[in-house]
Design a protein around this ligand. Sequence first.
Ligand code: THU
Length: 126
Amino acid sequence: MTDRELMTIAKRAAMNSYSPYSHFPVGAAIECTDGTVYTGCNVENAALGSTLCAERIACAKAVSEGHQQFTRLAIYADSQNWCTPCGACRQFLAEFNPELEVLCARAGDRYVSYRLSDLMPNRFEF
Ligand code: THU
């Protein structure tokens, strides 16, 4: 699958976003080493801190289905800035692959590629 195809899946996932508070739909698509792809979208809550990000939902869906090895993650938002994962998601994702390739989109369907270890150096471990 190409980067562009993975990003298209993430973009489609953003359509399921539940984001009545921020009005900022986000979609994510995480690719497992066997090629399986799991999607996620942000799911907000009136208790704002209970909101779940698209990336963590995609990753948790994959793990709950028995996948723990990931190669790429695409994140889509129709935003001004590159939609990079928040700090909590960086830590969460680095648990499984600190070298994950992270594709971050912004409006216009352009995207940039980051190595997770560049976005999240010195992640917490014990
Ligand atoms: N959000 C994500 O789902 N992923 C990100 O990478 C950044 C932020 C969500 C959380 C919240 O629902 C909305 O975007 C605004 O912060």
